[in-house]
Design a binder for this molecule. Structure first.
Ligand SMILES: Nc1ncnc2c1ncn2[C@@H]1O[C@H](COP(=O)(O)OP(=O)(O)OP(=O)(O)O)[C@@H](O)[C@H]1O
Ligand SMILES: [Mg+2]
Length: 357
């Protein structure tokens, strides 16, 4: 049995060091995790490769000193560009013939995908809780609102068409209708709607959204670019609901580009390790990606965790419901939505949707 090949093929990063903390083994998962090749790592001191205070160095040093195993469920590995990856760390000593510690090995498990899934689940729970509250609220508010609307209409009739006061009743009616629309949207967010999924051509959907947004884009000096995969298979989706998603995403993209730029609509068969194949209840299906990318202001780090919260908005006239609704609709499709953003450079929103079998 070739043990080295087994270690090399392990999905967890395996790093072995001698008593001086010099690297003697670095498998391919370690190369991926640290973004450093084994060729460059082996023979170097670990502290030349990772920050000297890195938890894996500390744990390996402890193991070498004590001959005992160490574990750290919530460690961090810093990559070259200061991005940090959450990892679980376990170390173990390797003993020589005479019983002394000859080396130590660390196994690091990349937790970022698990963290991403956890965030996804939490997001779903927040939305569900907000939705339940909304339905209760809508119930309470709808009836009095209906009464107000009825009374205002009566009042308007009493006042007659030429009354100066109809200006006020008009404002009342418009505003009541606006509150009603907000409530409708909220209820929509909470109620499980019956999807009518049919085979759809994603490019036709994108084309329709692009057409609807043409004027708004021109006003802002934004060029809409289409980057379609010509061999994209049809997807399974609800046409109206998906139009709503793309319309929201395109509006957000346009809002972020006050000084013009490109808005790119991209489609492709997904190769994403996390969302590229998803289980729809009746077995796993391949997914496609429908992407809306802008060159706008981007989303500041501090804001990023909250953008899917209902009513979270940074806009004067925003309701903060757009992304919450998008999330909801993609969940109904058993798909997913992912946002990548760099401040000052732009935002890429990717929707994952199931292919028709
Ligand atoms: N493409 C984007 N570029 C920059 N920021 C974005 C983008 N998309 C969303 N955001 C940020 O996320 C927030 C929430 O977006 P969301 O669509 O849910 O609400 P909104 O656009 O503010 O209001 P609404 O969509 O209800 O009119 C926005 O206020 C904005 O700060
Ligand atoms: Mg929006």
């Amino acid at each position: 049995m070739n043990y080295e090949a087994v270690l090399a093929g392990l999905p967890d990063a395996v790093i072995a060091v001698d008593t001086e903390l010099r690297v003697v083994f670095w498998n391919s998962a370690a190369e991926v995790l640290t973004e450093r090749s084994a060729r460059r790592a082996v023979g170097k001191f670990l502290k030349e490769l990772l920050p000297p205070d890195a938890s894996v160095i500390r744990r390996l040093a402890e193991t070498l000193a004590t001959g005992e195993s160490r574990s750290e469920p919530e460690g961090i590995v810093e990559r070259g560009d200061h991005r940090s990856v959450p990892v679980g760390i376990v170390t173990a000593p390797l003993f020589g013939r005479d019983g002394s510690v000859e080396a130590a090995v660390a196994v690091l498990r990349d937790l970022s995908r698990i963290r991403q899934l956890e965030a996804e689940v939490r997001r779903g729970e927040t939305l569900a809780a907000a939705g339940r509250m909304a339905v209760g609220l809508a119930h309470e508010v709808r009836n009095p609102l209906g009464a107000i609307r009825g009374a205002v209409q009566l009042l308007r009739r009493e006042l007659g068409a030429d009354s100066r006061l109809t200006e006020y009743t008009d404002v009342l009616l418009t505003e009541v209708d606006r509150v009603n629309r907000i409530i409708e949207m909220l209820v929509d967010l909470a109620r499980p709607v019956q999807l009518r999924p049919v085979p759809l051509n994603l490019h036709q959907l994108f084309d329709r959204v692009a057409l609807m947004s043409e004027e708004a884009a021109r006003e802002r000096g934004v060029t809409i670019v289409r980057r379609y995969d010509p061999s994209l298979p049809p997807i399974l989706g609800d046409e109206d609901r998906l139009l709503q998603v793309f319309h929201n995403l395109v509006r957000n993209a346009l809002d972020s580009m006050s000084r013009g730029g490109h808005l790119t609509l991209t489609t492709r068969v997904s190769l994403n390790p996390l969302f590229g194949r998803m289980d729809l209840g009746a077995g796993a299906r391949n997914m496609v990606e429908a992407q809306v990318a802008d060159e706008g202001a981007g989303i500041p780090e501090a804001v990023r965790a909250r953008i899917f919260d209902p009513f979270f908005t940074t806009k004067d006239k925003g309701l903060g419901l757009g992304l919450a609704i998008c999330h909801r609709i993609l969940e109904e499709h058993r798909g997913a939505i992912q946002v990548d953003s760099a401040e000052g450079q732009g935002t890429v929103v990717t929707c994952f949707l199931p292919i028709v079998k």
